[in-house]
Design a binder for this molecule. Structure first.
Ligand code: ATP
Ligand code: ZN
Ligand code: MG
Length: 327
């Protein structure tokens, strides 16, 4: 089911010409982001991609989180929650900086003396750069909900025979400021992560490709499953991205939200092969390196897809959709 307003409000609005108002410029069409601000669903902070959320917006995020839990309930995943920061040492070892240095966010803190403090305040007053004495702390912002998990799983020793399954949710940071409401700098990712044999983790990914598709169809959203790649940095990154596609390691569930031409990845299904197993020394029961896969749900993105297709008034959403979420 496709909301007519999706395509129509991407086009400039044709205003009827009123001869008495001929001098006035026609009002600029409001973007989807502006309409979300107008309604108070998202709240401006002055930084693109950094927003407050209204209670109504959060009620959808929470409902989606519960819906995902219901769908996965029978699998007996172990739930773990980490804060949105992870150990810098783990982050360094994870390899994230090889692929995505441009997206990483580090936490810095003041580490000067009193003279430095006075200088900081003077710079602040003068509108100059005050960050000279800010130094990297032991904490880095979590780039994906599964990143803090791998060292924890590795520290437990070999996987049991059937492998392991985890349920995660975290705010994640990516330095990708954008005016598209679906590309935030701080957003929540719900994940399931499977560790085990290649067969076990691929079966898990297949299962969630099906479950994710059914879930999104039942929410009345038009969608397509497409092969995808991560935005690896630089020239070497092009090769990594091509390789990821050629080996069908990543799929996305795309929904048109900002435009029909460039639909938005709301869910992703990732097979890491033995990348994290090797990086962290995660071993299967027989001592061979574990393979891993994860399914990620972009909670804000799915919420925005629902708002786009069913309208900004939650009470007016189709009854079937409301029943799925709030039933
Ligand atoms: P994209 O190709 O749009 O950048 P991605 O491939 O970077 O997405 P993943 O790294 O697979 O996305 O992250 C898992 C899920 O988290 C995505 O499917 C999406 O729903 C959500 N997500 C990713 N980046 C953002 C963002 N900047 N803002 C909001 N949600 C995001
Ligand atoms: Zn993941
Ligand atoms: Mg991305």
């Amino acid at each position: 089911m496709m909301d007519q307003s999706l395509s129509s409000d991407l086009l400039p609005v044709q205003e009827a010409v009123n001869p008495e108002a001929i001098d006035e410029a026609p009002p600029a069409p409001r973007s989807f982001l502006d309409r979300l601000f107008d309604r108070g669903l998202l709240i401006r902070t002055g930084v693109d991609g950094l927003y407050g959320r209204s209670g109504a917006f959060e009620s959808v995020v929470e409902a989606l989180d519960r819906l995902v839990s219901r769908i996965g309930a029978a699998d007996g995943a172990e739930a773990l929650r980490f804060p949105p920061g992870m150990a810098r040492s783990s982050f360094e070892r994870s390899g994230y900086l090889k692929g995505f240095p441009h997206l990483a966010g580090t936490v810095h803190s003041f580490c000067g003396n009193e003279t430095d403090h006075a200088r900081l305040l003077a710079c602040l007053d003068a509108g100059e750069d005050w960050t000279a004495k800010q130094a990297a702390t032991d904490i880095v912002l979590t780039p994906a909900a599964c990143y803090p998990l791998y060292p924890v799983a590795a520290a437990r020793g070999r996987l049991p025979e059937g492998g392991l399954l985890f349920d995660l949710q975290s705010y994640c940071f990516r330095h990708e400021p954008s005016l598209e409401p679906t590309r935030m700098q701080l957003f929540r990712m719900r994940e399931y992560v499977r560790m085990g044999t290649p067969e076990q983790v691929l079966a898990f990914r297949e299962l969630w490709l099906e479950r994710g598709t059914t879930m999104m169809r039942d929410l009345g959203l038009p969608l397509a499953i497409d092969p995808a790649n991560d935005p690896f940095f630089g020239r070497a990154g092009k090769m990594l991205a091509n390789n990821q596609r050629a080996q069908a390691l990543k799929f996305e569930l795309n929904v048109p939200v900002n435009s029909e031409d460039k639909p938005t990845a709301c869910l992703s299904f990732n097979y890491h092969q033995d990348h994290f197993g090797t990086t962290w020394g995660i071993e299967q029961a027989d001592g061979t390196t574990a393979h891993t896969a994860c399914v990620g749900f972009g909670l804000e993105r799915i919420t925005l897809a629902l708002l786009r297709h069913h309208g900004l008034d939650l009470d007016a959403w189709p009854a079937e959709v409301r029943a799925q979420l709030f039933g």
